[in-house]
Design a protein around this ligand. Structure first.
Ligand code: FE2
Length: 219
């Protein structure tokens, strides 16, 4: 049987339908790999839809409320975004799928050279700093793709050009739609490769509840 890690590395994500709904997300994440605590908090965060007015400005809910969230990678404004992202259904709706796009294919189409020169920076300082970040950042044996229209912005001419081309290609790219609708439905996503987005939340689905954890590695 292929391991979870192999599946995620092969396809960019792995879906585990109705996986042990009685188990806590923290326990499950720890069984998959190394959960990351961002700051001092618990590695597991609960995500619920929220109206714009009820949310902190400069967050996805504060900007988009119940509308769809645009495609992004998580923590794109960090120098080293978390490698893997786990999302798990507590209360789900078929009407509110999570959408995925393979950013590696997309980046190849746009041009890795251009995107490796596309310098971006956070819109707001991260720990007092505005580090320069590439849309496509080759590493020794891997690469980090980062994309986010809210938290990062172009910081150079090549950044503007790369971002414009990436945005245009993204708008034409076919997405994969996965509804985490049944309790326990769990998806593990390669956050250095895949873009994800949330569909709009129609009325009646405001009770949607997902748990999220980041993982630095998978076993
Ligand atoms: Fe996200």
């Amino acid at each position: 049987m292929t391991s979870l890690r192999d599946q995620v590395l092969d396809r960019g994500f792995a879906l585990l339908p109705a996986l042990q709904p009685e188990r806590s997300a923290g326990e499950l994440a720890a069984s998959f790999g190394t959960p990351l605590s961002l700051g001092a908090g618990d590695p597991v965060h609960t995500l619920t839809p929220a109206a714009k007015e009820a949310s902190t400005p400069n967050t996805y809910s504060g900007l988009y409320g119940f509308q769809s969230f645009p495609f992004h990678t998580d923590m794109a404004h960090w120098r080293a975004p978390p490698r893997f992202l786990m999302l798990r259904c507590v209360v789900g709706f078929m009407e509110v799928p999570t959408m995925l796009i393979d950013g590696r294919d997309l980046a190849r189409r746009v041009g890795l050279d251009l995107l490796a020169r596309a310098i971006m920076r956070p819109r707001r300082p991260v720990q007092g700093k505005l580090p320069l970040l590439r849309v496509y950042q080759p590493l020794e044996e891997n690469a980090i793709l980062r994309w986010d229209e809210v938290f990062i912005q172009p910081a150079s001419k090549a950044g503007e050009e790369g971002a414009a081309q990436f945005r245009a290609a993204l708008g034409r790219w076919a997405e994969e739609s996965i509804a985490l609708a049944t309790p326990g439905d769990t998806i593990v996503i390669d956050n250095w490769r895949m873009l994800h987005a949330r569909a709009p939340v129609p009325s009646g689905c405001e009770g949607r509840k997902l748990e999220r954890a980041y993982l630095g590695s998978l076993h």
